[in-house]
Design a protein around this ligand. Sequence first.
Ligand SMILES: *[C@@H]1O[C@H](CO)[C@@H](O)[C@H](O)[C@H]1NC(C)=O
Ligand SMILES: *[C@@H]1O[C@H](CO)[C@@H](O)[C@H](O)[C@H]1NC(C)=O
Ligand SMILES: *[C@@H]1O[C@H](CO)[C@@H](O)[C@H](O)[C@H]1NC(C)=O
Ligand SMILES: *[C@@H]1O[C@H](CO)[C@@H](O)[C@H](O)[C@H]1NC(C)=O
Ligand SMILES: *[C@@H]1O[C@H](CO)[C@@H](O)[C@H](O)[C@H]1NC(C)=O
Length: 562
Amino acid sequence: MMKLARLCILPLAVVVSASPAPTKDVGDRFTRFTLPNVDPNYKARAAAIETKREGWLYGEYPIGGAFYPTGKLANETISKQEAQWFPIVIEHATLIAEESVAAMAGIIAAGNFSKLDDYANAYVNQWNVSLPGGPMLGMLTNYTDDRLFSMMRLSATPYKIQRVQRHKTLLFLVDNAASITGGLSLRDLQAQGRLFSTDFSHLKTLIKTNLLQDLPSSGKYGAGCQAYFYIDKSGDFLPLAVKPIVKGREKSALVYTPKDNPADWLLAKMLLNQNDGYHSTWAHVGQSHSAAEAPYLAAIRSLSDDHPVMGILNRIEKTPWGVRPNLETGLKYGDAFIGPPYYPWSPEAARDYVNQLYLSGESADFERNYYRSEFKKRGLVDSPFGPKLKSFPFYEDTSVITEAIRGFMETFINSYYPNDKAVAQDVELQAWQRETRAAQVYDFPHITTRQAIVDVLTHQAYLSVIVSNVMSTNGIHMNSMSLPFAPAGFLQPIPSKKGLTEKDLTKTNPKARVAAAKFKDTMNNFSTEVRARTFDQNGLNRGMPFIWDALDPNYAPYWSVI
Ligand SMILES: *[C@@H]1O[C@H](CO)[C@@H](O)[C@H](O)[C@H]1NC(C)=O
Ligand SMILES: *[C@@H]1O[C@H](CO)[C@@H](O)[C@H](O)[C@H]1NC(C)=O
Ligand SMILES: *[C@@H]1O[C@H](CO)[C@@H](O)[C@H](O)[C@H]1NC(C)=O
Ligand SMILES: *[C@@H]1O[C@H](CO)[C@@H](O)[C@H](O)[C@H]1NC(C)=O
Ligand SMILES: *[C@@H]1O[C@H](CO)[C@@H](O)[C@H](O)[C@H]1NC(C)=O
């Protein structure tokens, strides 16, 4: 029977409701913006920019990879933002603590956990404020369905999966592939462009088992997994195999497939979910927050506050500077808000993970991460090789929102710049582009056309709106780290042979992951559409046995949140 003293709660979900209220007077303010070359007060304008340059400097920061602002003006703004954030964070943390006690009592009253399905009890009439709806519909009932596992890669955790190209070396072999796929071997799948892979083998080296001595649970376990998925003959996207790799046992690493006994296969899927969940939790810091903060800081140092582009950036980047301090505080004190105690990896490992991903460019490269080209590069859309994905829910929802944002940005930019030349001649925009080098923004594009600035602003919004909500907040609490299927860590060592019973699985670490007019209209309509999603006669929604609604615009905040 599970030890309830180990029940740990991750209250990240609260930030959904903890975001500051939207700005109300945006429409009016935008009419006051001017471009530098038509501003009659150009001297005062230049002086004001100089004052900002003196008051906003580049400082180091332990987490996130990117510079963090320092200097007189920066410090004033940061203090103000922290004053805005902290009371809300404390209020919600207190609430979560209360809800955790109630949830614990509820679990005991329901007879504790003796099988995986019992985890559903942890959500019944619980988390009324922090996670009132519980995990996404289907997550608690359909988690043994392989399509739930595979389709999570095309919705909740889409940032690591890629199509295996024709000449790429295979990560590992799956001897019985043909018996799973109805006749296609691993090589056949690769040759036909049907094979996809994801690789978290690097996570094996981060494992530390004695993280926090003073906590009742001194060690969690995990592995670094590699996995294959494939498009089968009917067009379904399905899992083929998972290979969990444990440090020191690489040579004897087991390969799990749907042909294994259900408990073994379920464990393998949960181990990969843990990797993808960990990746989302930490990579998102660099991939959404730092990636958006760095160009924003460069913009503060280059653009007048009267510049329309600065107005847009201020609108998108609402209170961004409180995020990394919150994360750093949580990591430093091992606080429940951040959750290091639940993972097999130490707080130092989390910090290193974020920073390495950022500094390598993987999570930070600006133009290279424009979503259409990024997903194309990984062979998930517009692939000249292999069959098309029948359903790609992440991309479908992201396109609706991001293209609506692009439409708004186009109208906005065209209303200020009559042609591309006007963009190229905007001295402040050009200064921003140059400043991004000092700010160590990787791969920031040249801004010589109206389209280029539209794309930059659209991407900046995408980082805050989409990446943040899918990799953190909504996505993570209700799906990619929801129990029982996507645990943060395991209390038992990863088995070195197959033959589990479901009883062993109940020992997984239990915690509840408490998880402009036309534009607005489009978003409201999209929200209506998302909320009307149901299961079809086969129990599926867009090919998934769960309802992925992380990007419901009336639930997902429109700005950077944790
Ligand atoms: C701004 O804050 C940082 C961090 O607290 C501090 O090191 C720095 O001296 C401050 N700068 C000014 C000008 O107040
Ligand atoms: C459930 O767990 C609690 C705390 O460990 C324990 O006191 C209680 O007896 C358990 N209940 C059952 C039915 O096993
Ligand atoms: C949550 O709300 C339900 C329905 O209103 C109520 O029955 C339940 O007691 C509440 N749970 C807690 C822990 O307050
Ligand atoms: C939103 O939906 C309403 C009702 O169907 C429709 O009239 C309106 O044109 C839609 N707006 C947009 C921007 O698509
Ligand atoms: C998934 O879960 C929902 C809600 O519990 C159910 O209606 C649906 O039939 C399930 N789908 C499958 C494929 O089992």
